[in-house]
Design a protein around this ligand. Structure first.
Ligand code: UD1
Length: 370
């Protein structure tokens, strides 16, 4: 394969992880293309991130869209296979744990395109989440594993990945957060959404929390209990809206339900919040660095470092109001040590490894006769 490097992105959390890697490779003059699979396609789930992060439009948009797990993954694979056969990537770079990630990994492996996984080694050890399956399979197929926190290295070694394929580089999502910190303006969001000084933010979109009416009802009860304690803003992912509304989610002055927000708007809102209630993966990491208490409504997390080093706690829906009550009454210190290498330079480290890897594979030119 002699073509450019190819980044495959597709869903909202991919974009902020890819941005610093794309930039650092560009600074090294390395040839690269960005393929957007179209897994997320709403302007609020995709375009706004390219704008906010100053990324050029993707070179190719496959427009795959939504579907069941199998329908979506299969459609992603068919479209990616066609693209890879045309481009002949020297290396495919995939991010995180979404369906676009596993689809690209399977296609790359079968076409013998070398594969690199950014955010390798995370494990929730909970196979009921599609993301856990995506992580395990992607790591199994990858040649270069870029890891965000030390336990990721241990998880990979335990699953048989040779140590010389594992690079602990830090967290590129945090590169993006630190690079944009000055733009996160809580006062502007307070004014725009007419919020008081103290407010909380909630996001819920996991299938386990929003797909089944019974669970959706627990989540709605939880959101209402939180809103009784402190005004709450809920930027709602399109996935959860119908189920949560059928389960009785009604917006009012204390429970503000808004459309999904862009990157800068969302982190502006989070930065000014007294606490965040979420089932997202990335938000556990972002709150850790912003020093905002985070209550994660899941039985487990693939990001335990956000609990040991950060502000994160796992809670049941029924326990969220009590946990929030103690956050509101205590002085929670925002002064914590960041996890190792969450320092804004992960993208550079990844680009450095990739440049060295490409250099080692470059064909040696025969010397011209003297
Ligand atoms: C995906 C990821 C999840 C990640 C989340 C972030 C997988 C398995 N899951 O979940 O890990 O946390 O993205 O958002 O890849 N929809 C729209 N517009 C869009 C995108 C989705 O309306 O632009 C709706 C559709 O009804 C769609 C549903 O959301 O069927 C689910 O989208 P999908 O991409 O399948 O998974 P997410 O729940 O977004």
């Amino acid at each position: 394969m002699s073509g450019p490097l190819v980044h495959v992105v597709g869903a909202r959390p991919n974009f902020m992880k890819a941005a610093p890697v794309i930039r650092a490779l560009e600074a090294r003059g390395i040839r690269q293309l960005v393929i957007h699979t179209g897994q997320h396609y709403d302007a609020a789930m995709s375009d706004v991130f390219f704008r906010d992060l100053g990324l050029p439009a993707p070179d190719l948009n496959l427009g795959v869209g939504s579907g069941s797990q199998a329908t979506q993954t299969a459609a992603l694979m068919v479209a990616l296979e066609r693209a890879f056969l045309e481009i002949e990537p020297a290396l495919a770079i995939v991010y995180g744990d979404v369906n676009s990630t596993i689809a690209a990994a399977l296609v790359a492996a079968k076409l013998h395109v070398p594969l690199s996984h950014v955010e390798a080694g995370l494990r929730s050890f909970d196979d009921s989440m599609p993301e856990e399956i995506n992580r395990r399979v992607t790591d199994l197929l990858s040649d270069l594993h870029f890891v965000t926190s030390p336990e990721g290295v241990d998880n990979l070694v335990r699953s048989g990945v040779p140590p010389d394929r594992i690079y602990f580089v830090g967290n590129p999502m945090i590169d993006t957060l630190l690079a944009n910190l000055e733009r996160f303006d809580p006062a502007a969001m307070r004014q725009r959404l007419r919020l008081p000084d103290r407010y909380a933010v909630a996001t819920m979109h996991r299938p386990a929390n929003v797909d089944h009416p019974e669970q959706a009802a627990r989540v709605v009860g939880m959101l209402q209990a939180v809103a009784r304690l402190v005004p709450l803003v809920v930027p709602l992912h399109p996935r959860g809206r119908p189920a949560l509304e059928s389960a009785g989610l009604v917006a009012d002055e204390r429970l503000r339900v808004v459309e999904p927000l862009g990157y800068v708007e969302f982190l502006s809102l989070v930065r000014g919040a007294v606490a965040v209630v979420t089932d997202s993966g990335g938000i556990q990491e972002e709150t850790t660095i912003l020093g905002v208490p985070c209550l994660t409504v899941r039985p487990n997390t693939e990001r335990p470092i956000t609990i040991s080093h950060g502000t994160n706690r796992l809670v049941l829906p029924e326990d969220v109001a009590e946990a929030l009550g103690s956050i509101l009454s205590a002085e929670v210190s925002a002064d914590r040590a960041a996890p190792p290498l969450w320092d804004g330079h992960a993208g550079d480290r990844i680009a450095g490894v990739i440049a060295a890897w490409l250099g080692a594979r470059a064909p040696v030119r025969p010397q011209a006769p003297a």
